[in-house]
Design a protein. Structure first.
Length: 179
């Protein structure tokens, strides 16, 4: 990490929107506490002698989240009802023991633009079959996970994070798509 940083310090030219991030050495716990106090997402912890491996995760680089949040993949969405446009709720899943398990639905927290953007992002991912191998029976349906259930399925490559924010002693949950 330090060698890569030295190279970046030498070659990086000032440009709008690009800057070399700062780092803190040996004060990670204090920085993490400050991050939580400021309501920031979290910190990245890196071993000084750790190697960067393109496209690979390792214990040399850790993302430590300060916000209460759970990440899910989006396996599809239900049809909108009433005056709602674009989608009713996204169908959430997460991998457990190698299987994509259904964890529920999320429909609140979206703006109308957010609903449209979500559907637009999923269009290229549409598939015919439900991608969830373990489906909870949270809603009444005749045949488990099928098209008669008024859902549109997609390849589960989009992730959505639900962050939990404590405001005036109330918990607020709102979705945000992850890249």
């Amino acid at each position: 990490m330090l060698e890569r940083r030295k190279v970046l310090e030498r070659i990086l030219k000032p440009a709008a929107g690009i800057q070399l991030g700062s780092y803190v050495e040996a004060e990670g716990k204090a920085l993490f506490e400050l991050t939580k106090e400021k309501g920031m997402e979290g910190i990245i912890a890196k071993r000084k002698d750790g190697l960067y491996r393109l496209g690979k995760r390792s214990s040399d680089w850790l993302k430590i989240k300060a916000r209460l949040q759970q990440e899910f993949v989006v396996g599809g969405f239900t049809a909108p009802k009433g005056s709602r446009k674009h989608l009713g709720a996204v169908v959430l899943g997460a991998y457990t023991n190698g299987k994509l398990r259904h964890y529920g639905y999320a429909g609140s927290g979206f703006t109308e633009k957010g609903l449209k953007d979500a559907v637009d992002r999923m269009k290229a991912l549409f598939i015919d079959k439900c991608p969830l191998s373990i489906l909870l029976t949270l809603r009444k349906r005749s045949n488990g996970c099928d098209q008669s259930w008024s859902a549109r399925w997609n390849t589960p490559s989009l992730s959505i994070a639900y962050k939990v924010v404590l405001r005036e002693k109330l918990i607020s949950v709102s979705p945000s798509f992850l890249v």
